[in-house]
Design a protein around this ligand. Structure first.
Ligand SMILES: *Cc1c(COP(=O)(O)O)cnc(C)c1O
Length: 236
């Protein structure tokens, strides 16, 4: 198999899993957006994926993402930034990202708003939630995410940004918790946000290992990397 065939096979398997999970949950597979997380893989892989019909690519580091977005500017791709984001990188990310999934601080929302305004763009935002606290676990400082009422404060800050669009909430299921339990907690948080911001209807959840549970719990955006691209090369 050449690389394109490999990627096509991973993509087909993932689309089958997603469709089966949607059917099992009585949901329309057309309501699910598959974001293929291409971090650590070369731009050539992203180009191959675009040729296979992928419209949404996810990245987690600004330097890598900005150079791929520039190199692949001829493609009609939406770029999703899914990694932890330092405030001082927000201006750069706002230049190429269509959607940021990891907005977890009001200061970051303000920096993205300023960057998007400067670039004359509109950036979609998910508020990243740290599910550990709501599940009674130690909060995992390493992975990011807002906790408790801070989720609502960050949502308000995004909603106030004229160049930002509040899409909904995002989370990564914490280690050592059943994904179904984690995503049920995320669904409750999504409802709290939606009570204040009715347009925030999207939920970004589910990765290679737990996309079925995420679809069952109402995810609209799945962020899938290794199930499509294979195991990631070590970080450079
Ligand atoms: C890397 C990453 C993914 C993809 O993970 P896989 O297990 O390879 O599917 C999804 N979401 C975030 C936030 C990531 O950093």
């Amino acid at each position: 198999m050449n690389r394109t065939e490999e990627l096509a096979a991973g993509l087909a398997r993932t689309r089958e899993r997603t469709a089966a999970a949607a059917r099992a949950a009585g949901r329309d597979p057309g309501d699910l957006t598959l974001v293929v997380v291409t971090k650590f893989f070369p731009a050539d892989d992203v180009r191959r994926l675009a040729g296979l019909g992928v419209a949404d690519a996810g990245e987690s580091r600004d330097q890598e993402a900005s150079s791929k977005a520039a190199e692949l500017a001829d493609l009609d791709l939406r770029w999703h930034f899914v990694g932890q984001l330092q405030t001082n990188k927000a201006r750069s990310v706002a230049r190429y990202a269509d959607v940021v999934h990891s907005v977890d601080r009001t200061r970051l929302a303000a920096a993205l708003q300023a960057g998007a305004a400067h670039a004359g763009r509109r950036v979609g935002c998910f508020v990243q939630v740290d599910l550990a606290a709501g599940l009674g676990l130690d909060v995992d400082a390493g992975r990011g995410g807002a906790v408790g009422d801070d989720v609502l404060r960050v949502a308000d800050a995004v909603a106030a940004g004229e160049h930002l669009a509040l899409r909904g909430v995002m989370a990564v299921a914490p280690q050592g918790v059943e994904p179904a339990r984690a995503f049920a907690e995320l669904a409750r948080t999504a409802e709290r946000v939606r009570a204040l911001h009715p347009g925030a209807v999207d939920v970004s959840a589910g990765m290679s290992g737990d996309l079925e549970e995420a679809v069952a719990a109402g995810a609209t955006h799945l962020r899938v990397g290794s199930a499509i691209l294979g195991s990631r090369p070590p970080a450079r």
